[in-house]
Design a protein around this ligand. Structure first.
Ligand code: SME
Length: 160
């Protein structure tokens, strides 16, 4: 049905450019946010190497609630300001954490996680969700990953 896959040699900005374009195409014309988040989580999993968790937490009634994801079952609700996700949601700023054990208040959903990238998804300036990526590798995420997932968040914010 859908045939999206990264170029075999793509990496860095090229990979994220391709990911954002594939995501925009995938959500085009579908108005159900859960369906779109599910497909985008699957797309991230397919494109971005070395992950053990990839998905969404949605803002609902003043806290983050688990959304579509790929990975082990995770915490259902996260208070604003709590953990990496709650910090990203409260501040509206991307959190790139090279060592989760050094992050005060990190919430361990999967013991395999060593580093984490959380990017707020904003609509009309308000945080409506976060995209959370976990890796079993320390220091997995850098500026290219943060900017790439920020571009992805912007590309899908009207569709989730
Ligand atoms: N580690 C996150 C919780 C979510 S899981 O990683 C899926 C945090 O500290 O907010």
């Amino acid at each position: 049905m859908f045939d999206f896959a990264p170029e075999p040699r793509a990496s860095g900005p090229e990979l994220y450019d391709s990911l954002a374009k594939a995501a925009a195409a995938l959500v085009e014309g579908e108005r159900d946010g859960v369906a779109n988040m599910a497909n985008v989580a699957a797309l991230i999993w397919q494109y971005v190497p070395e992950l053990n968790w990839a998905g969404f937490y949605r803002m609902a009634e003043g806290e983050l609630v688990l959304g579509p994801f790929i990975g082990k079952p995770a915490c259902l609700r996260i208070a604003l300001g709590s953990g990496v996700c709650g910090t990203a949601a409260l501040s509206g700023k991307t959190q790139c954490v090279p060592d989760v054990h050094a992050f005060p208040g990190h919430i361990a959903c999967d013991a395999a996680s060593r580093s984490e990238l959380v990017v707020p998804v904003k609509r009309n300036g308000a945080v409506i969700a976060v995209i959370d990526l976990d890796s079993p590798k320390s220091g997995r995420f850098g500026d290219v990953d943060a900017q790439g997932i920020e571009a992805l968040a912007a590309a899908i914010s009207e569709a989730i």
